[in-house]
Design a protein around this ligand. Sequence first.
Ligand SMILES: [Fe+2]
Ligand SMILES: [Fe+2]
Length: 265
Amino acid sequence: MTSHEAEGPVVGPETTLAAVALRGDPYMALLDRYGFDFCRGAARTLGDACAAQGVALQSLLTEIEEVGTRASNDGSSPTPADWNQRPLAELIAFIVDTHHAFTRSTIARISRMLPKVVAKHGAQHPHLQSVAATFGELAMEMEPHMRREEMVLFPFIRELGSSPEGPVTPPFGTVRNPVRMMMREHDRAEELLASLYATTNGFQPPADACIAQKTVYAALAALRIDLLRHMSLENDLLFPRAMEAELQKLSRARAVTSPGTPTAP
Ligand SMILES: [Fe+2]
Ligand SMILES: [Fe+2]
C-alpha cells in the first residue's frame, strides 16, 4: 500500500484546505506554516490558495506527500481515525475529551500566568497589555461556547446519530440554527487568535523575555494550534455530518407520513 492509499485520496490542486487539514496535525502544521487559513478558508482548493498567496503548488504537493511518507515510515499515522465512518457520538467524545479539556486547562494556566507577566514586564513591553485584553476576550468567549456545545448541540447530534428513526423535536427548530451560531463564534475565535499571532510576532518572545513570558507564549501558541484543529473538526466534519443526518431523518419521516408520495426515478 502506498502512503497515498494509506492516507486517503490523492491530494491535488482541487483538494480543499479542509480535506488536507483533517488528515491530521502534521498536515495542519504544514498549511499553517504557509499561512493558509484552513478554518474560515476551509472550502478553498489548494490550487486557489497557492495562487492567492504566491506559493508554488507543486512544492506544496510534494511536501504533503512527504508528510504522508514520514507518517507511514514511523508508524504514527497522522489520520487517527476515519471520522466519517465513526459514530457521531465517538467524534463528539473525542472533541470534548481532548480539545475541550485542553482548551479549558490551557486557558486556566495562561489566565494564572499572564497577569503576572503583564504586571512585571508591561512597562517595557506595552504590547503585553493588548495580548492580555485579546486573550481575555478569547477566554470569555470559549467557555460559554463549549458549554453550549456540550449542553445543547452535542446531545442533539448524539441523538441524531444513535436513534435515526426516533422522534426528535429540537427546541431550536433545526440543527442548522445552532450550527450557524457556533460557526459564527468560531470565526470570532479565529479573529482573536490571528490578532494574538500578529501582536506577538508569531509567539516569538522578545530577546529579554523571562521564563514566565516564554512559557505564556508557548502556551498561547499551543492553544492556537489546538483550537484551529478543534474548530476544523467541528466545521468540516461534525457539523456537516449532523446536518446530513437531520436531512435523512426528515426525509424518512416524510416518507412514513406520506407513503403514497411518488419518489423521484
Ligand atoms: Fe468545541
Ligand atoms: Fe466549537
